[in-house]
Design a protein around this ligand. Structure first.
Ligand code: ZN
Length: 349
């Protein structure tokens, strides 16, 4: 490991890790938060060195040791984490960090301690079953989209439907469940290896409701391309992400809240990131707890993030809110977008 290279790269790209302080002298202290208030002067680099100093909590040390203090880990592990975040680490670093980064959003690792048996937070390298390619199925289904208007009932225009390559299958049956009954399904492609099939029939029985949303292939994030936009919303369901697109915003759907780890893995694998992440998960227990976890992780990684407020009104998610009242939903999203941007820009004033 080349510590000097990591120091140089960290110093050069410091604002990818920590937001600038309010006075524009340095960056916000990850240990004490110095730099967020009007008079806070943040952490500054000591001239001609890679050493930093915080005037509030008094931390003084080289930039890698700040990371070590922040994450409560060894110097060497902190260097690895930095190398991975800055995308200058090797495969071994990445694997090592994946394995060691821990506990409900806190990088609480001490690889040099005997007590390093904390639960994992990032996806271990799971051996997945061989993938089946559904590309042709998806293309065929797309040709039949005109046979349904289900998406219109969910507030999604034809334009949105085409953008996400939605399709329709009149007599769909789960490919892996023998003797499954047939039903008419809207097909929502996740990628070439998986899709969501949504029952479009009206007045479903309780039993049919249970199978009304079925996933085929591996569960994955939906609309990951939206991470290239400057401001991105993180939502739960595919219909929620499409609902944001419908009113002119970008959103990535987790697909399932347990996929939040995949989202973090994707962040580790990228070198361009949205400037602002707005967490807008479902208005329920699972949504709220995943929001807290993601906030903690993004805070630790130094990504500017913001929890959406009053965005879905009394509804559980974006699609329900859109169906209820498009204008109201659109206004609430716009308001959150503007507030997040305002707060973010304050860092630069
Ligand atoms: Zn401090």
């Amino acid at each position: 490991m080349d510590f000097q290279q990591i120091r140089e790269e960290t110093a050069r790209r410091i604002f990818e890790l920590y937001p600038p302080d309010n006075q524009g002298r340095g960056f916000i202290c990850p240990l004490c938060g110095n730099g967020t208030g009007d008079s806070g002067d943040g952490v500054t680099f000591i001239k001609d060195s890679y050493r930093v100093h915080c005037f509030k909590c008094g931390f003084s040390g080289d930039i890698i040791s700040l990371k070590a203090r922040e994450n409560n880990c060894s110097y060497k592990d902190a260097a690895r984490v930095l190398a991975v975040i800055l995308n200058i680490g090797n495969d071994y670093d990445k694997k090592y960090v994946d394995k060691k980064l821990l506990t409900a959003g806190k990088f609480n690792l001490r690889a040099d301690s005997q007590n390093a048996t904390l639960p994992q937070i990032f996806s271990p390298h799971i051996i997945e079953e061989p993938k089946i390619d559904y590309e042709q199925f998806i293309l065929d289904a797309e040709k039949n989209l005109k046979l349904t208007d289900y998406h219109l009932k969910r507030g999604l225009s034809w334009e949105t439907a085409h953008k996400f390559c939605l399709g329709f299958v009149e007599n769909w049956r789960h490919p892996k469940i023998q003797n499954a009954p047939e039903s008419s399904r809207l097909i929502i492609p996740i990628n070439n290896y998986g899709y969501l099939a949504r029952d479009v029939r009206q007045n479903l029985s309780e039993k049919q409701k249970k199978y009304s949303k079925q996933k085929v292939g591996s569960s994955n994030l939906f609309n990951v391309d939206a991470l290239s936009s400057e401001i991105v919303f993180i939502v739960e369901g595919e219909f929620d992400a499409m609902s944001f697109y419908e009113i002119g915003f970008n959103a990535v759907a987790l697909g399932s809240i347990s996929n939040y780890k995949k989202l973090i893995d994707i962040f580790f694998g990228r070198n361009n990131f949205p400037a602002i992440i707005i967490l807008a998960l479902d208005n329920d227990k699972g949504g709220r707890s995943t929001t807290r976890t993601l906030k903690q992780i993004f805070d630790n990684l130094g990504f500017y993030n913001f929890i959406a407020r009053d965005i879905y009104g009394a509804f559980k998610d974006a699609n329900d809110a859109l169906v209820d009242n498009r204008e109201k939903f659109s206004d609430a999203v716009q308001k959150n977008f503007d507030t997040a941007r305002e707060n973010f820009l304050r860092y630069f004033r």
